[in-house]
Design a protein around this ligand. Structure first.
Ligand SMILES: [Zn+2]
Length: 411
């Protein structure tokens, strides 16, 4: 039996101040319970770390540990309480677990790896034999740990973007590090106050050092950027520009389709996708239909051509030539007599300086767009999403590039 105890002591990586008192194998429940007792003479105050005298022992506690031989394994002990001259009677923090945790550090590391591998809380919970809440707690702690460890290094290029959240029309604002491809933080809503709040998660020095911010044309974001990152240039995001133009094409199509159908003309019926999708995503049949319909002198085809032409804007090398291009494009768009297109053209002209700043910094929210699928999957995977807080935890856990795992004591 002595060798079994020594085996467990080694597995746990505990030092000589702890002893394995008993190993209780419960074959039927497929459980192992390892009882430990503190035998060391030194105990340290968890507040100040000074060596203190023993006061008494706290009530029995258990920690879920890595399974051994597919048996659920738990550590059980009564932790000593020290009497610190400064902090009074305090329960010590054991070397195998974080404060207040019901899991050993090794188990938390394992749980984090399982979560990272399956990217789905429900699946991870099933694999680990834990409840959804227990997994949520491990994620919360991991994110808190990772965020605490983040250093306030300069982040010259950032992005602010909105994402929808939940079934309704709730939004969140996401702050990203463009060069570092990571989500820095998220806050609820997409107001100016929200954008300022998310920018304020950076230190004052970091905000001073931001050179450029990629963002949508929402006035709320522009105002927040001007106030919080005074040395930064605003760069309007090409993804958003293309979205506005796409919406304009769709509005033209809907109005025209209605008018045509009133005259019994079905040419535009069921063509929504054809105008919105990238050509490479269309089937051969769809492509043939699209080619035919584009040459019918329809308003929708004209709106689409104007939208497509704008893609050339981003390919310029210098802002001077891009500006010349814009003037020509704008003249075309504004004379198109297609109201939704005219509206977007005018909006782009109002924001032209911040479109041209793209050629200085060449930043976009591509990172944040790239997270869309991850964030979307999180939304779907988490039907039981109870709150914004859980959503934030998931986004930072999977997209924050933070150091999530607890440090293990040296073995
Ligand atoms: Zn103390």
């Amino acid at each position: 039996m002595e060798t079994l105890y020594a085996h467990y002591a080694r597995l746990l990586g505990i030092d000589e101040s702890w002893r394995v008192e008993a190993v209780d194998l419960r074959l039927e429940e497929r459980q192992v319970e390892i009882r430990l007792s503190h035998v060391g003479s030194d105990i340290f105050c968890p507040e100040c770390g000074c060596s203190c005298g023993l006061a008494d022992h706290a009530a029995e506690r258990r920690w879920r540990h890595l399974d051994t031989m597919r048996f659920t394994t738990e550590l059980v002990t009564r932790l000593p309480r020290c009497r610190c001259p400064e902090h009074g009677v305090k329960t010590i923090v054991p070397p195998w677990a974080g404060k207040h945790s019901r899991f050993t550090l090794l188990f938390e590391v394992f749980a984090i790896e399982v979560l990272q591998a399956c990217r789905n809380v429900k699946a991870a919970a099933a694999l680990l034999g834990l409840s959804w809440d227990a997994v949520q707690t491990i994620m919360d702690r991991a994110v808190e740990r990772g965020m605490d460890r983040r250093e306030a290094t300069p982040i010259p290029h950032i992005g602010i973007d909105e994402k929808s959240f939940g079934k309704g029309h709730d939004y969140i604002t996401v702050l990203t590090d463009v060069d570092g491809s990571r989500v820095l933080d998220v806050v609820p809503e997409r107001t100016q106050a929200a954008a300022e709040a998310v920018l304020q998660t950076l230190t004052v020095e970091q905000r001073q050092e931001v050179r450029a911010v990629a963002a949508d044309m929402l006035p709320a974001y522009a105002k927040a950027v001007a106030r919080q990152t005074p040395n930064a240039t605003l760069v309007h995001d090409k993804f958003h520009v293309s979205k506005y133009l796409g919406t304009a094409v769709d509005q033209v199509r809907r109005a025209e389709n209605k008018a045509l159908q009133a005259e019994g003309d079905d040419r535009l019926k069921g063509t929504r996708q054809l105008w919105l999708f990238n050509k490479s995503n269309l089937s051969y049949r769809q492509r043939r239909r699209f080619a035919a319909i584009r040459q019918n002198g329809l308003k929708t085809a004209r709106a689409w051509a104007i939208k497509e032409e704008f893609r050339w804007f981003w390919r310029h090398v210098y802002s001077t030539s891009a500006e010349k291009f814009f003037r020509r494009w704008y003249a075309w768009g504004v004379r198109s007599r297609l109201q939704p297109v005219v509206k977007v053209a005018k909006m782009l002209k109002r924001h032209l300086p911040n479109l041209l700043s793209y050629f200085l910094y060449r930043i976009t929210n591509a990172t944040s767009e790239g997270y869309n699928s991850v964030i979307q999957a999180l939304k779907y995977a988490a039907r039981g999403f109870r709150s914004f807080k859980n959503y934030r935890t998931r986004i930072l856990f999977f997209c924050g590039r933070i150091n999530l795992k607890p440090h293990l004591p040296c073995h």
